[in-house]
Design a protein around this ligand. Sequence first.
Ligand SMILES: [Zn+2]
Length: 200
Amino acid sequence: MKKSTIVILVCIAIVLGMVSGIMYAIIDRNNLQEAQINEIRKLNELIEANIVRVNEIQEDVVATSGSDVKLSPNAYIIFEKHYIDCGHTIIEKRQINDDEVNKDEEYFKNAYSDWEIESFSANEVKLYKEFQGNCDEHYLITVNDENIVVYSVDEDGNKTLKEETDIPVQYLPEEDVELLKKGITAYGQNELAKKLEDFE
Ligand SMILES: [Zn+2]
């Protein structure tokens, strides 16, 4: 073979190699693009499905928390009474009255207009109100002539006899009697019971 022929053949080979390389790259890119498009399509489908689901959830939330919620017959009303002077919050709970069955939040806003509605669901209405003074859970443990007695104390310090116990004073140690004569304060039924136990 002539030297020039070899050079031409080599040139052709190089050109063919380049062309096939470029072709391959183009095909590959097309494939890649197609794969990417498929990915994007799948993602979009996923996002769409989720949007539908989110919408459904939001509709559910609206349906259960909206103003069309009505009280079930065995629902409870919880009264949270906060007393400003002593800082105590007394919680009272009662089952709803017959005439409150099937009533909605709007009804309670009117019926308990001086209370704040903290929450409203079919099973429970939570109401909150602030009061001046002390709550009625303040007690004074002291003595009369024979027994330990308990007074309720209001915010002005006025005492009302709540209970005369059958715990006699005469067998108590001198220092206990002195303490009782000064008066021992207690807050709440639990503390009152606990402090009375100390003398039994
Ligand atoms: Zn209190």
